[in-house]
Design a binder for this molecule. Structure first.
Ligand code: HEM
Length: 509
C-alpha cells in the first residue's frame, strides 16, 4: 500500500469506501471541490473492497498522464467496459497499439481542412432549428417569449448534423418527434449510469479482476441498465449497417463525409491492420454518440450561462452584427470558419463555458507500469512531509478531476469559480485556438478527435441563435449538474423529467 501516506477524506464504509457517496453526490464536483480545498489538488479516496483511488487535478500530473507518458495510463477497466457497452469495439475502448491503429485510420477524416468543409451543413441545420423555434414563438399567444427546454432540440440538431457530416445521411431528428434513434439517446446515460445501485458499484469494482473473456459477457446481464445499453447498441449497429449498405450502392457522389474517408483510409491500409466489420460498425456507434450529445450538452450549458449573463449575450450579438456588416460588404454567402474564429469575445465565452461546465468531468485511468507522478502543487502527507511527486505502483487507479482542475485558483486566479469570459482575452496563450482542445479533452494520444468539429459547430450554432433570439433565465428554476459519466443538467425537483435547461426564449428578428 504505497499510497498510504496521501491524505484524503475519512472512509464512510469499509465495503463501499467513498464510492457510494461519490456516485450519489448532489452535484458534479461538490465533493471534489471540498476535498481539493482541504487536501490540495491531489488526494486519496477508497473504492469498494478497500481499493485505493488517487484523485488529482494537479496541472503537472495531468500533463504527465495525458501527454508525456503516451499510452502508459490506459483507461480504467470500468471506463473501458462502459465504452464497449455503448460504442462497441471502436476507438473509445481500444488501447495501446490497437488504439494507434484505430486513430491512424480515423485521423484523415478529422483534418482541419476537412472539418472546415462541414460548415455549410452545420449552418443549414442551425437555421432549421432556428426556424422551428421561430414558428413556435410566432404561433404562441404568450407575450415575452416561451419557455423552451433548449437541450432537447439542440440534441436533435446535433444528431442531424453528425448524420450528415459523418454519413451523408438525413437522419431527420429535428422533424420527427418520435425519431427512434433520437429517443434512444435521450435518456441513455440517465437510465444506465446515473445513481448506480449498490450491487452495481460492487459488481463494477470487481471487473478488473475478471479476465477479458468473462468481461465480454457483461453486456448480457439481464438487469434493466445492461438491457438498456444492449438495445441501444443494437439500434446503433442496425443504423450503421443501413449506412454501410447505402454507401456500397451509392457510388456516384464521391462523398467527403467522415465515413467515406474512413472507408477509403481503411482500404488503403495494410490488410493486417484494417478495421473489421464489427470495428467499423462500432466506429459508427462511436461517432453517433461522441459526435452529438457532447456538443449538444456543451451548447446547452453555453445558452444557460448566456441566459444568466445577458450583458455577455448582448456583447456577442454586437460582435456578430459588426462581423455581419463587414461580411455584407464582402458579398459572401455566409460566415466562413475564419469569420467565426475572428469573433474574439464569442470564443472567449465558449471557452469560459467549457471551463465551468466540462461535460466529461472525470476521466479514470490506470497506471500500466510502476511510475512516479510529478506534481506542480506540493501536497502535505499524513506524516507531515511536503511532496512534489508520488511513486505509484503498476495498477494504481487514478481519477483525473477535470471539473476541479478547471476551477483551480492556482491555474485560473482567485475568481476561478466564477463566470468571467474576459479571462480568456488577456494573454496570447489563452486566446489561441489550441486552448479549446485542452479545455475539452486535454489532448494527448487519445484526446478528442472531434474537437475542431465540435468547436466549429458551437460557433456556428451560437451565431445563428444569438442573432435571432434572446435567452433569459426563468425565475424560480434551479439547474443542477448530475454525473452520469457525462454531466447532465436537470431542474431541481424535476429530475424525473430528465435532462433539461428551460429558458425563456423570445424572437429578435
Ligand atoms: C464539446 C464537445 C466535445 C467534448 C467536450 C468532447 C470530449 C471528449 C473527451 C474528454 C474525450 C476523451 C475521452 C477519454 O479519454 O476517455 C473525447 C474523445 C473522443 N471524442 Fe470527443 N468531445 C466532443 C465532441 C466530439 C465530436 C463532435 C466528435 C466526433 C465527431 C468526438 C469524437 C471523439 C472520439 C472518437 C474520441 C476518442 C478519441 C480516442 O480515443 O482517440 N468528440 N472527447
Amino acid at each position: 500500500r504505497s499510497l498510504y501516506d496521501i491524505r484524503g477524506p475519512a472512509v464512510p464504509s469499509r465495503l463501499l469506501g467513498h464510492e457510494k457517496m461519490i456516485q450519489t453526490m448532489k452535484q458534479v464536483g461538490d465533493l471534489e471541490f471540498r476535498w481539493a480545498r482541504e487536501f490540495g489538488p491531489t488526494w486519496l479516496t477508497q473504492g469498494c473492497y478497500g481499493e485505493e483511488k488517487l484523485w488529482t487535478a494537479d496541472p503537472k500530473a495531468l500533463q504527465y498522464v495525458f501527454h508525456t507518458s503516451g499510452y502508459r495510463f490506459p483507461k480504467s477497466t470500468v471506463a473501458d467496459e462502459i465504452m464497449k457497452l455503448f460504442a462497441g469495439q471502436g476507438i473509445l475502448s481500444a488501447s495501446g497499439d490497437n488504439h494507434q491503429r484505430h486513430r491512424k485510420i480515423m485521423n484523415p477524416a478529422f483534418s482541419a481542412a476537412q472539418i472546415r468543409g462541414f460548415l455549410p451543413i452545420v449552418q443549414r441545420s442551425a437555421a432549421q432549428l432556428s426556424q422551428k423555434w421561430k414558428d413556435q414563438l410566432q404561433s404562441s399567444l404568450t407575450p415575452g417569449g416561451e419557455i423552451i427546454n433548449v437541450r432537447r432540440m439542440l440534441a436533435r440538431m446535433t444528431l442531424d448534423v453528425i448524420g450528415e457530416v459523418a454519413f451523408d445521411d438525413q437522419l431527420g431528428a429535428l422533424d420527427d418527434k418520435e425519431h427512434e434513434l433520437a429517443k434512444a439517446f435521450e435518456r441513455l446515460f440517465i437510465d444506465t449510469l446515473l445513481y448506480p445501485p449498490t450491487w452495481d458499484l460492487l459488481f463494477k469494482a470487481s471487473w478488473r479482476y475478471f479476465p477479458a473473456s468473462i468481461r465480454s459477457l457483461i453486456k448480457y446481464l439481464p438487469t434493466k441498465e445492461y438491457r438498456r445499453f444492449r438495445t441501444f447498441l443494437r439500434l446503433a449497429f442496425r443504423t450503421g449497417k443501413r449506412l454501410i449498405e447505402e454507401k456500397a450502392t451509392d457510388t456516384e457522389k464521391g462523398s467527403r463525409d467522415i465515413m467515406s474517408i474512413l472507408v477509403q483510409s481503411n482500404l488503403s491500409e495494410d490488410p493486417r491492420f484494417r478495421l473489421s466489420e464489427t470495428e467499423m460498425l462500432s466506429q459508427i456507434a462511436t461517432l453517433l454518440n461522441a459526435g452529438h450529445d457532447t456538443t449538444a450538452y456543451s451548447l446547452t450549458w453555453l445558452l444557460y450561462e448566456l441566459a444568466k449573463h445577458p450583458e455577455d449575450q448582448q456583447k456577442i450579438r454586437e460582435e456578430i452584427a459588426t462581423a455581419r456588416a463587414r461580411f455584407e460588404a464582402r458579398h459572401g454567402d455566409d460566415f466562413t470558419s475564419a469569420d467565426l474564429e475572428a469573433m474574439i469575445f464569442m470564443n472567449a465565452v465558449i471557452k469560459e463555458s467549457l471551463r465551468l461546465h466540462p461535460i466529461i468531468p472525470t476521466l479514470a485511468r490506470d497506471a500500466d507500469y510502476d511510475d512516479v507522478l510529478p506534481l506542480a502543487v506540493p501536497i502535505e502527507t499524513k506524516s507531515g512531509n511536503i511532496i512534489t511527486e508520488i511513486p505509484i505502483p503498476k495498477g494504481t487507479q487514478i481519477l483525473i478531476s477535470i471539473s476541479t482542475y478547471n476551477r483551480l485558483e492556482s491555474v485560473w486566479g482567485e475568481d476561478a469559480a466564477e463566470w468571467n469570459p474576459t479571462r480568456f482575452l488577456h494573454d496570447e496563450e489563452r486566446t489561441s485556438v489550441g486552448v479549446f482542445a485542452n479545455l475539452m479533452t486535454f489532448g494527448g494520444v487519445r484526446g478528442c478527435i472531434g474537437w475542431r468539429f465540435a468547436l466549429l459547430e458551437m460557433q456556428a450554432v451560437l451565431v445563428e441563435l444569438i442573432e435571432r433570439f434572446d435567452f433569459q433565465f426563468p425565475e424560480g428554476v434551479e439547474i443542477i449538474r448530475l454525473n452520469a459519466g457525462i454531466m447532465i443538467p436537470m431542474v431541481k425537483g424535476k429530475m424525473q423529467e430528465g435532462a433539461q435547461v428551460p429558458l425563456r426564449v423570445s424572437l429578435l428578428r
